[in-house]
Design a protein around this ligand. Structure first.
Ligand code: FPP
Length: 244
């Protein structure tokens, strides 16, 4: 059960601290997000380099619509520009991009970019980059519950057949493995509505570094921390203490 030398199959990151980074550097908040995109590029390269197969990034939560309009627009524009600028490199690296979240509230141009990036990278085999975009874990669970209830009402499923597998299969992440390691940068120790069901057995790591400063060395540090943990999945492992 020890993770020594083990690379997590799925790393999920809550990219936090763009605003604080911008403030520290005397810049506007949107400039923190621009710097954050550089970190996204680096994290993808690092994940591919170390053999991580799934990298999920929390890019925009459902709650983030409540930010000032200018900031929301800047993030949407950054997403569109990044799709155009990064697609060739992602395809070359064998990165497949998938988006989880609700396809609501987005402008037509953002929806078009979501389609475009998913389609043009669909054949990537090295790494799957999952972008959680307009994502809320509670809403994901609510929508799954509604879909399951409808199936029960139609007689397709009996209520006693609703088990963990059925719930998992109705989530937006149904085709993905659970995250092994969840990282939140900037020293905040919260999940903030991110992968609540899927995080059941994940290891957590909360480095102080702000997202725009998260580089390859920080990624490696996160993998080293993961490798030093012992995952017990509720079982008893003799002669060893669990480490946090
Ligand atoms: C959190 O920092 C960051 C976000 C809510 C947005 C993350 C977006 C990007 C990195 C750019 C767009 C994404 C892609 C994939 C192109 P914060 O603003 O909450 O920082 P703070 O807590 O210091 O204010």
């Amino acid at each position: 059960m020890s993770n020594k030398h083990h690379i997590p199959e799925h790393v999920a990151i809550i990219m936090d601290g763009n605003g604080r980074w911008a403030k520290q550097h005397g810049k506007e908040r949107y400039e923190g997000h621009i710097a954050g995109v550089e970190s996204v590029r680096r994290a993808v390269e690092s994940a591919a380099k170390y053999g991580v197969k799934w990298l999920t990034l929390y890019a925009f939560s459902t709650e983030n619509w409540g930010r000032p309009t200018a900031e929301v627009n800047a993030i949407m524009e950054l997403f569109c520009k990044s799709v155009v600028a990064e697609s060739p490199s992602l395809i070359k690296q064998g990165v497949r991009v998938q988006i989880i979240g609700e396809k609501t509230h987005f402008s037509d141009s953002v929806l078009k970019m979501i389609d475009q990036i998913e389609q043009t990278t669909a054949e990537g085999k090295t790494l799957t980059l999952v972008l959680a975009f307009n994502y809320s874990s509670r809403r994901e669970l609510m929508l799954a519950t509604q879909a399951i209830c409808e199936r029960v009402a139609k007689g397709e499923l009996r209520s006693e057949e609703v088990n963990e597998e059925v719930i998992t299969n109705h989530l937006m992440t149904h085709s993905m493995p659970d995250p092994d390691l969840i990282v939140r940068t900037s020293g905040e120790c919260r999940l903030s509505n991110f992968l609540l069901w899927q995080a059941s057995y994940a290891e957590f790591y909360f480095p102080e570094v702000l997202w725009p400063d998260f580089d390859d060395a920080e990624f490696k540090k996160a993998l080293d921390v993961y490798a030093s943990r012992e995952r017990r999945y509720g079982l008893v492992i003799e002669d060893k203490e669990a480490k946090c």
